[in-house]
Design a protein around this ligand. Structure first.
Ligand code: FES
Length: 197
């Protein structure tokens, strides 16, 4: 078996363990032992998953189990989107130059549609499950100028509301955006490219 297949299998197993052990995938901590490598989505071999986001409120987030991975879908408010404008100097990869998203998500909001963000909800350091910290402003463990985003409780990595990682933490990559396509206004197909293939 090639090393690539071994790493891929271990990554899937660890992500599956995290999902099966969690309750909604937001609050638990799962120390994992492999680093997540950059990917452009071409290693997603899972079956495409159709997701209905009609009931996803503005400003809210839903978690879906996609082949053992916690998949987050967030319907961002205009204020959330505005928060993405001001933090680029504090981010490690503000322009999404690392291949952590499909090409149609290389933009400020890292999404096809500005409001709907689709990311894999595992930290790019060692795969723990970050916690949603959407409320801006000072809070426990958060900086005073916090604009909203995600905090990884394992080693303190922080990500903005586009899943972009902040500098000076152990995580070095933005959260992974999987290939996806809109089938209609409220129906998404995860794991498919533009042609739905
Ligand atoms: S797993 Fe180490 S910061 Fe997230």
């Amino acid at each position: 078996m090639s090393q690539n297949k071994v790493n891929c299998g271990r990554r899937r197993l660890l992500a599956a363990t995290a999902v099966l052990s969690g309750t909604g995938g937001l609050a638990a901590i799962y120390p994992l032992v492999v680093s997540l490598m950059p990917t452009d989505g071409s290693d997603f071999a899972e079956e495409p998953l159709e997701v209905d986001v009609a009931n996803l409120m503005v400003g809210a987030m839903m978690t879906v189990n996609w082949s053992g991975k916690p998949l987050w879908i967030i319907r961002r408010t205009p204020a959330m989107l505005e928060s993405l404008l001001g933090s680029s100097e504090a981010l490690l990869d503000p322009q999404s130059q690392q291949p952590q998203q499909p090409s149609n998500c290389v933009n400020l909001h890292r999404s096809i549609r500005p409001d709907i963000l689709v990311v894999i909800g595992t930290c790019t350091h060692l795969g723990c499950l970050p916690i949603a910290k959407f409320r801006p402003g000072e809070a426990e463990n958060m900086p005073a100028d916090w604009q909203g985003g995600f905090l990884c409780p394992c080693h303190g990595a922080t990500f903005d509301l586009a899943g972009r990682v902040f500098k000076n933490t152990l995580a070095k990559l933005n959260l992974l955006v999987p290939p996806h396509v809109f089938l209609s206004e409220n129906r998404l197909l995860i794991g498919a490219d533009k042609k739905g293939a």
